[in-house]
Design a protein around this ligand. Sequence first.
Ligand code: FE
Length: 203
Amino acid sequence: MSDHHPHEEAATMSPYAARIRAIEALLLERGILTEPEVQDRISYMESRSPANGAKLVARAWVDEDFKERLLSDGKAAASELGIDPTHPAEFVVVENTPEVHNLIVCTLCSCYPRAILGRPPDWYKSFNYRSRAVREPRAVMREFGFEPSEDVEVIVHDSTADVRYMVLPMRPEGTENLSEEELAELVTRDSLVGVSVPRYAGS
Ligand code: FE
């Protein structure tokens, strides 16, 4: 990621990566961007991770008031936990309940709450996921090893440039004695997208 060898890499790079590298080189050459600015941006993206989402979820599980704030103003709630949510898009958190399971997709491209969770997984960007999540969400979730029961309504949220979604999963049973940190460890990236749910094996 940090090594820049544009000419050596050119042969094995995808056409898209090669194009990006060419644009980057041009922006640097014209003085529109500086190398430190590019590195800052990379560091920023690398500092975002699903661990941020897990922190938000674990706090919501132990603090009902925080949960209400997370669901009503996701960015403000993230700021409370020291997560800088700066991004022009809205950050909306949708809650799983015994009646409703939420699934996130971007049918158009790969919109994702990157300011909070970092880069989306490759499968999220795949045509397969984008085209099937809306049409057959249950079949998609089954492939991730998760199947909500038939009486649970599945709601699919299509992300856009303006709105990015994250799922607030349900707290697994048997976790009453876990600390907030231990709870956060149960929250997987997949469960924040809704293709799976946090699981607790018990102690
Ligand atoms: Fe998108």
